[in-house]
Write a protein that binds this ligand. Structure first.
Ligand code: SF4
Length: 135
């Protein structure tokens, strides 16, 4: 995602220091993200944002992800790294939390492609027309 390259703090929120960046992580796909010219604050919630405001911002970010050609690479990275914040590959924080909670920590997907394979259903559903409210 293009907001990966942002400094380690967006809106005062730590990003990469909390992620568990996989050893084989690659970043070339960020240059092709549909969000590369978007405001990173669309993808990361401000402190204390809740309810409808958060749902609206997440949905706006997901609409951008829906048309992104590197969505799978982005989602794969985010799942493998257990990114704690932001919308990645169309997956919100809550959606990723659900994925993390059902995956076994002992054999957690860490190699490239394993994250998108393990969470394929959720990744597809996250930006479905129904999920975005446009069906
Ligand atoms: S999937 Fe979304 S967050 Fe990831 S690079 Fe594409 S537009 Fe950015």
């Amino acid at each position: 995602m293009a907001h990966l390259w942002t400094p380690p703090y967006v809106s005062g929120m730590p990003q990469q220091p909390l992620a568990q960046v996989p050893d084989d992580a690659q970043w070339f796909w960020q240059d092709h993200g549909s969000c590369r010219d978007s405001d990173p604050l669309l993808f990361f919630h401000p402190q204390n944002e809740r309810g409808n405001a958060r749902a609206r911002r997440d949905r706006t970010a997901k609409m951008i992800c829906a048309g992104c050609t590197v969505r799978l690479e982005c989602a794969d990275y985010a799942v493998r790294a257990r990114e704690p914040y932001g919308v990645w590959g169309g997956l919100s924080e809550d959606e990723r939390e659900q994925i993390y909670s059902r995956l076994d920590n002992k054999c957690y997907p860490r190699r490239r492609g394993e994250g998108s394979a393990a969470a394929a259903r959720e990744i597809a559903a996250a930006v479905s027309p129904r999920s975005l409210g446009i069906a």
